[in-house]
Design a binder for this molecule. Structure first.
Ligand code: ADP
Ligand code: 5GP
Length: 202
C-alpha cells in the first residue's frame, strides 16, 4: 500500500476554511482530518477530540517538550498555542489516508521544512468580506476579532509559499477547485497505477 500525502491548508481566520473542508471531506473519500491540540477555549458546538484536543498550557507544553516526537509542528497563533500530533499523522499516512492539516502559516512553513506536503492557501475574496464573515460567525470577542483581522494581512503575504492558492468566493467553486487539486495530486506520476511509487529505470 502506498502512503498517503500531507495536505496543508492555511487561511486567514474567518475565510471559510472549516466550512470548505467539511464539504470537501463529505464529498471525497480517503481524506482524514488531523485533530490538533490547542489551549484556546472551545467555541459553542465544538467537541473535544473531534474539532480539537482542548488542553491547558501545562499539558500542551509537556507534549511540546517531547518535540520532535510529540508535535510535528506547533505555534502560537492569535495568542493561543496550537500543535499537530506527529504520531496521529504518521500512523494515518502509513494506512494510506491523505491527512489534512488545518494549520497557520508558521506551522505550514515548519512542515514544509521537515516533510513534503501539498500546501493550499485559501484566500478570501477581499479583506472586507473576510471581516464580514468573521463577524457574521459570531464566535469572537471584539478583541479576538481585532487580533485575527490584524493578522490576516500578514498571513496573506505568505500565500506565495504555497503550492496552490484558492479564492473562497463561492463555496461550491472553491470546493470544486480543492477537490481538483487533491485528485490531481493522487494522479501524480510518482504514484503508480498499482498505488506503488513509479520505478524509473535506465
Ligand atoms: P475559518 O475556518 O476559515 O475560520 P469558517 O469556516 O468558520 O472559517 O467560516 C467563517 C464564516 O464564513 C462562517 O459563518 C461561514 O458560514 C461563512 N462562509 C464560509 N465560506 C463562505 C463563502 N464561500 N461565502 C460566504 N460565507 C462563507
Ligand atoms: P481557530 O482558533 O480559528 O480554530 O484557529 C486559528 C488558527 O490556528 C487557524 O489559522 C488554524 O489553521 C490554526 N491552527 C489550528 N490547528 C493548528 C496546529 O495544530 N498548528 C498550527 N500551527 N496552527 C493551527
Amino acid at each position: 500500500m502506498t502512503e498517503g500525502f500531507l495536505l496543508v491548508l492555511s487561511a486567514p481566520s474567518g475565510c471559510g476554511k472549516t466550512t470548505l473542508l467539511k464539504k470537501v471531506m463529505a464529498e471525497l473519500p480517503g481524506l482524514v482530518f488531523s485533530v490538533s491540540h490547542t489551549t484556546r477555549s472551545p467555541r459553542a458546538g465544538e467537541q473535544d477530540g473531534r474539532d480539537y484536543h482542548f488542553v491547558d498550557k501545562a499539558q500542551f507544553l509537556t507534549i511540546a517538550d517531547r518535540t520532535p516526537s510529540g508535535f510535528l509542528e506547533w505555534a502560537k497563533v492569535h495568542g493561543n498555542l496550537y500543535g499537530t500530533s506527529r504520531r496521529d499523522v504518521e500512523s494515518r499516512l502509513a494506512k494510506g489516508f491523505d491527512v489534512v492539516l488545518d494549520i497557520d502559516v508558521q506551522g505550514a512553513a515548519l512542515v514544509r521544512d521537515s516533510a513534503d506536503p501539498v500546501s493550499v492557501f485559501i484566500a478570501p475574496p477581499s479583506l472586507s468580506e473576510l471581516a464580514r464573515r468573521l463577524r457574521g460567525r459570531g464566535t469572537e470577542t471584539e478583541e479576538s476579532l481585532r487580533v485575527r483581522l490584524a493578522n490576516a494581512e500578514k498571513e496573506m503575504a505568505d500565500a506565495d509559499a504555497y503550492t496552490y492558492v484558492i479564492v473562497n468566493d463561492t463555496l461550491d467553486d472553491a470546493a470544486e477547485a480543492l477537490k481538483a487539486v487533491i485528485i490531481a495530486e493522487r494522479c501524480r506520476r510518482r504514484r503508480g497505477i498499482d498505488g506503488l511509487p513509479v520505478q524509473v529505470t535506465g
